[in-house]
Design a protein around this ligand. Structure first.
Ligand code: CA
Ligand code: CA
Length: 151
């Protein structure tokens, strides 16, 4: 059910779109810095500047550059799997209220090309130990994905 491996590019693309605050298809250093800082407190501005300027063309990062950065520099971030999990969690939380509702979950499965019916949605939530009015919080999300290899 969690076919993140074949959809990882989609997830990175969605993450890129979160970074791209003004939706112009490019990430500026300011957007890059603000977004990465929201994931990782202890990364310094100069570390991010180096990363940015290594990959940026004309001081901008495209979605392809962004995917390359994540894939090539995954170990720059101390806790990369956490970064990926948080990115994925933010993508799943479609309405950005901090929790993944049944509605969010259904929308994201459709976006990922694996649409589920209301019945399947209900059964999935039951498998998670939840009812349809419950939310998947970050802790549960992490637990659910703990054995999934997302590379
Ligand atoms: Ca932008
Ligand atoms: Ca939500």
């Amino acid at each position: 059910m969690y076919q993140l491996s074949k959809n990882i590019i989609d997830i990175y693309t969605e993450t890129f779109q979160l970074f791209d605050k003004n939706d112009d298809g490019h990430i500026t250093f300011k957007e890059f810095y603000t977004s990465i800082k929201s994931f990782i407190d202890n990364i310094t501005k100069s570390e991010l500047e180096i990363l940015f300027f290594l990959y940026a063309k004309n001081n901008l990062i495209t979605v392809d550059d962004f995917i390359t950065i994540i894939q090539n520099n995954i170990n720059i971030f101390n806790n990369v799997s956490e970064l990926e999990l948080i990115s994925a969690y933010k993508v799943f939380d479609v309405d950005k209220d901090g929790f993944i509702s049944a509605k969010d979950y259904k929308i994201i499965m459709q976006k990922l090309g694996d649409p589920i019916s209301d019945e399947e949605l209900k059964n999935t939530f039951i498998e998670f130990g939840l009812s349809l009015t419950d939310y998947i919080d970050y802790k549960l999300f992490k637990y659910l994905l703990r054995d999934i290899n997302i590379h």
